[in-house]
Write a protein that binds this ligand. Sequence first.
Ligand code: UDP
Length: 253
Amino acid sequence: MQVDRVRLNILDLPIDAVSRQEAAGTVADALSGGDAMAIVTINAEMAMAARLDPRLAATIRRAGLVLPDGSGVVWAARRRGVKVKKIAGVDFIHEIAEQCIRAGRGMFLLGAGPGVADEAARALADRHPGLAVVGTADGYFSPEAEAELCERIREARPGALLVALGVPRQEYWISDHQQELDVPVCMGIGGSLDVLSGRVRRAPPWMVSAHLEWLFRLIKEPWRWRRMASALPAFVLAALASERQERYTGPGR
Ligand code: UDP
């Protein structure tokens, strides 16, 4: 499915204004012989990290699909008059699973603590009959074990590789290895394997629809407070400042 995507530029980073269905269509394209692509799910925290980390910014700019995964980025996109809906990485995994089944390709899960990816694989297979999880590996491998891990992934020939190593390591890892692994679709998924395995609880649906998932996470994982508390207001201020500047100089790239 060919999709005319609106790609927004917010703080010099791309954000794709796509529906879930359109995003799934680009995954289907990649799985059926189109260009391989990395999927990034971006939120305010990641956007602010990218301002200080040129390697992360470049990796996001090269991604085939950049999904808005946070209330801050959705707000910034809507201020530009584009109606964008949040697409959380942890939800989009299920679209990828369905597209893998349709394309007759498997999925490989990499990351999180020992045993977590296996539990997540079982949960995914239960929810998506016909899904082949063709391999799993935890995310605490040594640099010496990396070559062997890459060999395992290559031999498993997955259509999609989900990488849960945390930001920005998972984005770097995908960017460094996707080509040699020859996997059509790779996505960084943060803590999603912990959620899929049932070890970490997700916010209740009412909090998700009230855009309060960040608050739930903050209550559950208070050590995130410093990182999150500084990122969201800083993102809002930076987005407003760049809007003001664009009014004088015209939109950026
Ligand atoms: N992780 C890992 N290897 C590491 C560091 C982290 O596999 O060396 C995993 C960790 O167990 C967790 C995920 O990466 O499952 C990161 O989750 P987090 O919620 O911190 O992601 P982020 O906030 O970066 O999206």
